[in-house]
Design a protein around this ligand. Structure first.
Ligand code: 13P
Length: 276
């Protein structure tokens, strides 16, 4: 990323959609959907996806799409607890990376985040940090319970680390919500008042449209979505194979791509239209 597009997003009261992917077809489906809607998009690799697809390959594949499509398409490493992998991805050409030190103490999280921020910035790579604990499971980071982000601690964390964006815990959770999620808007307003940088909402799957739009209007500049896309991909796979016993490869892949693009489009519409 040449410039931190999330700063523009926060200032303009919109968000950029960031989607967890695990395959080329999901990436292509999302790139095509972003192009159709004429909006930028972020392709996120979890730690295991980065290792599965290959760190260099992921970065280069996403970069190559920028020759083909006119909308900006970015690569991002999501929820990485391993500083070495953060640097491997930054060196391989990822546009941005996340160091997730949320299971650590404030001091340890801040120390490692600051160190990585310095190194990433020298490479022109943006870095996301996290403070507070988001309930649910995302790769190696698991927690049964949320620990909401403390606004004063968040302000200190941003000041001492020099990170470019901050993931917040405000009632959001990874995976499917049990019941209706209850975002803490008063808390978000306090965090946004103390932290001018772009804020990131994880656990996008299942958050009602109106809540997503409200959060964006208050400072959320990147929204992460994973579970719903994985479900759409697998559902499309089963449906196609059920209905087409002797199906061919390309129609099968087309069905998978359509499933993923369909699941993403509802979110993308909210991110770009924060019309409160
Ligand atoms: P969901 O899987 O709940 O959409 O969350 C994805 C996420 O926040 C990835 O960081």
């Amino acid at each position: 990323m040449q410039e931190n597009v999330l700063i523009q997003a926060r200032a303009g009261h919109y968000a950029i959609g960031a989607f967890n992917v695990n395959s080329h077809d999901e990436i292509i489906a999302l790139a095509q959907k972003a192009q159709e809607m004429n909006i930028p998009i972020i392709m996120m690799a979890s730690m295991s996806c980065a290792r599965f697809m290959g760190v260099k390959h992921f970065a280069r594949f996403v970069r190559m799409l920028n020759d083909e499509y006119t909308v900006p398409i970015y690569s991002h490493l999501d929820h990485c607890t391993d500083p070495d992998l953060v640097m491997q991805c930054a060196e391989a050409g990822f546009d941005s990376v996340m160091f997730d030190g949320s299971p650590l103490s404030f001091e340890e999280n801040a120390r490692i985040s600051a160190e990585l921020a310095g190194k990433c910035h020298r490479l022109g790579v943006f870095i996301e940090g996290e403070l507070g604990v988001i309930a649910g499971e995302e790769g190696p980071v698991k927690s049964k319970y949320s620990q909401f982000t403390d606004p004063d601690a968040a302000q200190r964390f941003v000041e001492v680390t020099g990170i470019d964006s901050l993931a917040v815990s405000i009632g959001n959770a990874h995976g499917f919500y049990k019941g209706e999620p209850k975002l803490q808007f008063e808390l978000l307003s306090q965090i946004a008042g103390r932290c001018a940088l772009p804020l990131v909402l994880h656990g996008g799957t299942g958050i009602p449209d109106a809540d997503i739009r409200r959060a964006i209007s208050m400072g959320i500049a990147k929204v992460n979505v994973g579970t719903e896309l994985r479900k759409a991909y697998v559902n499309a796979l089963y449906q196609y194979t059920r209905e087409n016993e002797k199906g061919d490869v390309r129609p099968f892949i087309k069905a998978l791509r359509a499933g993923v693009a369909g699941a993403a489009s509802r979110y993308l519409e909210n991110f770009t239209n924060p019309c409160l």
